[in-house]
Structure formats: C-alpha cells, structure tokens
Write a protein that binds this ligand. Structure first.
Ligand code: AGP
Length: 369
C-alpha cells in the first residue's frame, strides 16, 4: 500500500496532488484542431441537440460536479438543464420523458441509487449518457453512450481528482454539443484555450498547500464551517463543505450566497468561520456586497478571490483572511477553486487525528440503497 502512495502519507493527499496529471489524461486526444472530439458521444450529438432538456443525475460529489457543469452546459448548448439527486428522483418518481437526455455522473459507475435511476430513465425512454471513471462499470455498460473521465484509479473514499475530471469531461461534452452554433464560437475558443492551460493553473493553486495547512490549524477546534458560493461556484461551496464533513468530521454547510439573508445570516457571529468564494466572474460585485454584510455583523471571514484582488474583496478595516487563486475562464474556475478546499479538508482531518482515506461509516462506492 505504501508503495502505491509513493511519497505521500495518504491516498487522498496523493490524489489531490495528482490533479495536474489526471486533468491532462481526461483531455488527452480530445482537444483537436481547435475543437473537441469525444468518440463515445459522436453518434449521438444530433439527438442530444434536439432533446427537450438535459437532466443531470448523480449522488454526492458526482452530483456536485454536475451542478458545477450546469451553467456552462445551458450556456453553450441552449438546452435547459435540470438537476436530480438520484435517490430523490426515485423517491418522487419524478417525470423523465423520451425527449430528455439523462446524463448520469458517477466515479465508480456502481452507485446503487444512480443505477436504479438509470433503469428508471431507460424505462421512460430517455437517451441515457454516462460520465464515469470506471471502464466496464455497470453504468458504462447500461447507458447508450458516454464519456470516460480517465482520471485514473481513485482510492481515497473522499473523491477529489474524479470531481475535477468530471467537470472537465462535462465542459468538453458541452463544447461538443454546442459546436454547431456560430454565435458562441469565440466563447468556445476561449474555453478551449482555458482547458489547454488548466493543468498548469492547477499546479499553481497546489502551491497553497502550506497556507491551507496553517488555515486548518486555526480551524481545528471550530464546531462548524459555512461556505458561501454562487453562480459557477455554488457547486464549489457544496463540494468544499462535503469534503470537510466527510473526512474532517466537522459540521459544514455549503450555501447559495443569494440565500444568505433568507435565514443563514442569523448564524453569523465572531466565532463561526465562513468561507466566501469571490473569484472574478459576473457575480463578483454581488459577492463583494455579501462580504460587506458579513463584516458589518462581525463575521469571521475567509475569502477566496482571484490573485491580486485581496484589497477589492477585503477593504482596509475589514478583518478577513484571504486565499488568492489563479484566475481562469469563469466556467472552469470551479476546478481551481475546489483545490484549496480539498487541501483544507485534508489537513483538518490529519490535524484532528481522523482516518483520511477511510472515514468512519463511509464506503468508497455505495452499492446498496
Ligand atoms: C465523495 O467524496 C463521496 N465519497 C460520495 O459523495 C460519492 O461521490 C458518492 O457516493 C457518489 O459516488 P459515485 O461517484 O461513485 O457514484
């Protein structure tokens, strides 16, 4: 086992640091001649373009990856996207139509709830697409078509490199579906150039490791941690909080910043740590005003912003800790922004003395309902 971990202490740590490489293997051979080629989808692109809606279905981290993909899939394809947690779709027996494209996201391809939702969508006549890391898995065999994310074997129970590769696989899927639209050509070109540079930006953000360890040591005794995001980074807030609760065994909630004043604001005091994700995108000024509202209530803030933006997010007089990350194309920013939170969850777990790779009560793949 130690041989497989190489110079790392834990699989989760190794898998976090592998991301510059795993993202390259996800994209390898697929970005060609200024466009995207996905062999597993090629025959189905026309049908997907004509569908009435895309329904993303998954659990846990895989659901969060689909949520991160939702805004750019809508933007690049013009197709409405709805989200379904697999178990909830089954509980409600929610409507799925023949005109739908149901996209199933699962690292293992063996999660029981996701597979049952797949059976349900197949029965209802939807076109079923699989996004998985496991070649030969039940998901990849039962879906009509799909994309393998090729992130390499993920051993830590907490999913890290699969999450970022899932987002990139779905970005490539959106680019391929939308490739017939002339009006979005320039936007597609800039996202493809962002994909080409993504791996080196991930290497950059991994340099925050020591800083995240130091931040973790300041949070070690906290009982709870909130993470506020919106837009492209609402999913980052949910996924960051999921990582903290599942491995560091600390209560943590990811929240939509736009909902803050509708309830969560009551929790704010000088003790509760709150991470606000405020990297540059169309929502930036709204996040600046969220920070102001939290500071005026003496909130204990940790702000994630684009490099060089420390003064813009936390003007003098405000006391907040700042995490500066490289800025990339707005729709790819969730790939960068999750990494400091993965590192934070990892270090919190080690410092709190819990089992990183095998958190209590959890299994890597949940094969029972
Ligand atoms: C991720 O850190 C979790 N262990 C969990 O939420 C996981 O993502 C979920 O069980 C879905 O697994 P899958 O991607 O293999 O379907």
């Amino acid at each position: 086992e130690q041989i497989k971990k190489g110079s790392y202490d834990h699989f989760m740590q190794k898998e976090i640091h592998e991301q510059p490489h795993s993202l390259k293997t996800t994209m390898r051979g697929r970005l060609k001649d200024g466009g995207v080629v996905l062999g597993g989808l090629k025959e189905y692109l026309k049908t997907i373009r004509r569908c009435r809606r895309v329904v993303f279905i998954g659990c846990g981290t895989s659901y969060n990856a689909a949520l991160a993909a939702r805004p750019f899939v809508e933007e690049l394809t013009g197709i409405p996207v709805t989200m379904e947690v697999a178990s909830d779709l089954l509980d409600r027996q929610g409507p799925i139509y023949r005109e739908d494209t149901a996209v199933f996201v699962s690292q293992s391809g063996e999660t029981a709830d996701t597979l049952l939702a797949l059976d349900y969508a197949l029965e209802n006549g939807a076109l079923c697409v699989g996004i998985t890391n496991t070649v030969g898995s039940t998901l990849s065999r039962k879906t009509h078509c799909g994309v393998h994310i090729n992130a390499g074997c993920e051993i830590g129970v907490a999913s890290t490199k699969a999450y970022t590769s899932q987002i990139v696989a779905m970005a490539m899927m959106a680019l391929a579906i939308g490739s017939d639209q002339i009006s979005t050509q320039a936007r597609r070109d800039s996202i493809i150039s962002g994909l080409n540079n993504l791996s080196s930006n991930v290497s950059e953000v991994l340099k925050l490791d020591a800083g995240m360890k130091e931040l973790a040591s300041s949070l070690i005794d906290s009982e709870s941690l909130l993470v506020f995001g919106r837009g492209y980074n609402y999913a980052t807030a949910l996924e960051g909080a999921l990582k903290v609760k599942e491995v560091a065994l600390m209560h943590s909630e990811g929240m939509l910043a736009g909902e803050m004043k509708h309830g969560p604001l009551a929790l704010v005091d000088e003790n509760l740590p709150i991470i606000v994700i405020a990297t540059r995108d169309a929502c930036f000024s709204k996040q600046q005003s969220v920070i102001q509202q939290l500071l005026s209530r003496r909130g204990r803030l940790i702000v994630m912003c684009s490099r060089g933006d420390a003064a813009a997010v936390c003007p003098s007089g405000g006391s907040c800790r700042v995490i500066e990350v490289p800025q990339v194309a707005d729709c790819l920013q969730p790939v960068i922004n999750i990494i400091p939170l993965q590192l934070l969850a990892y270090h919190l777990t080690v410092l709190r003395g819990f089992d990183v790779d095998q958190p209590r009560n959890l299994a890597k793949s949940v094969t029972t309902q």
